[in-house]
Design a protein around this ligand. Structure first.
Ligand SMILES: [Zn+2]
Length: 216
């Protein structure tokens, strides 16, 4: 079973990914980790990737696909949960061909839908603990710290990430829409796109996702 998660920033993608990995024993792949893993192998292909990465140039779609091809030949767990890949319509199409060669396919693409207003509230209210990393939200009553700007767990000061403001949210959100819409179209056409209302609690969202998986 292969799953792709698509979601705007602060839609809870990381949480759902963790829950899915645990329940279905999926192989959670982020492209950054995958590139580094392949580059560290020390073989000819790995060295080539290492060179590209250290030069800072963009990895072309063909090479990204080569990396996936090599990885799929050697990885034990072939039930994939993809996060941040494919990024473009072309990558989606090439990856589809690669899976077809292996008599495999993408089974589910879950699009986590959250309104722009909710995302903005979540992002601009987010506060993190400098010490233990705990996360709070001053815009949501149930996630506020008990004392202003102080971590409930360890008593250290909370801070706001530099890019958790309205301006950078607008930029990230627009980027998301531009990048993701071709993928949404691609997978809708393939009949594997499922839209999930992610305004709900993480448990409810997860229940919705699993009920779709179990139905098939
Ligand atoms: Zn803390």
């Amino acid at each position: 079973m292969n799953i792709i998660l698509l979601a705007p920033p602060a839609a809870g993608k990381g949480t759902q990914a963790e829950l899915l990995v645990e329940k279905y024993h999926l192989n959670h792949i982020s492209t950054g980790d995958l590139f580094r893993e392949v580059a560290s192998r020390g073989d000819e292909f790995g060295n080539k990737i290492k060179e590209i990465l250290s030069s800072g140039s963009l990895v072309s779609d063909d090479i990204v696909l080569d990396i996936f091809r090599k990885y799929l030949e050697t990885c034990e767990n072939k039930n994939l949960l993809l996060d941040g890949f494919p990024r473009t319509w072309n990558q989606a199409e090439l990856f589809n061909q690669l899976l077809q060669e292996k008599a495999d396919k993408i089974d589910f693409v879950f699009l986590l839908n959250v309104s722009k207003e909710t995302l903005k509230t979540r992002i601009t209210g987010r506060r993190l603990c400098k010490e233990c990393g705990s996360s709070y939200n001053v815009n949501i009553d149930s996630f506020k710290p008990k004392k202003d700007s102080i971590c409930d767990k360890c008593g250290h000061e909370l801070y706001q990430r530099a890019d958790d403001n309205e301006e950078s949210f607008e930029v990230r959100y627009q980027e998301y829409l531009t990048k993701t819409s071709p993928l949404i179209d691609y997978y809708r056409e393939k009949n594997v796109l499922y839209e999930i209302d992610s305004e709900k609690t993480k448990e409810e969202v997860f229940a919705d996702i699993t009920s779709i998986i179990e139905k098939r």
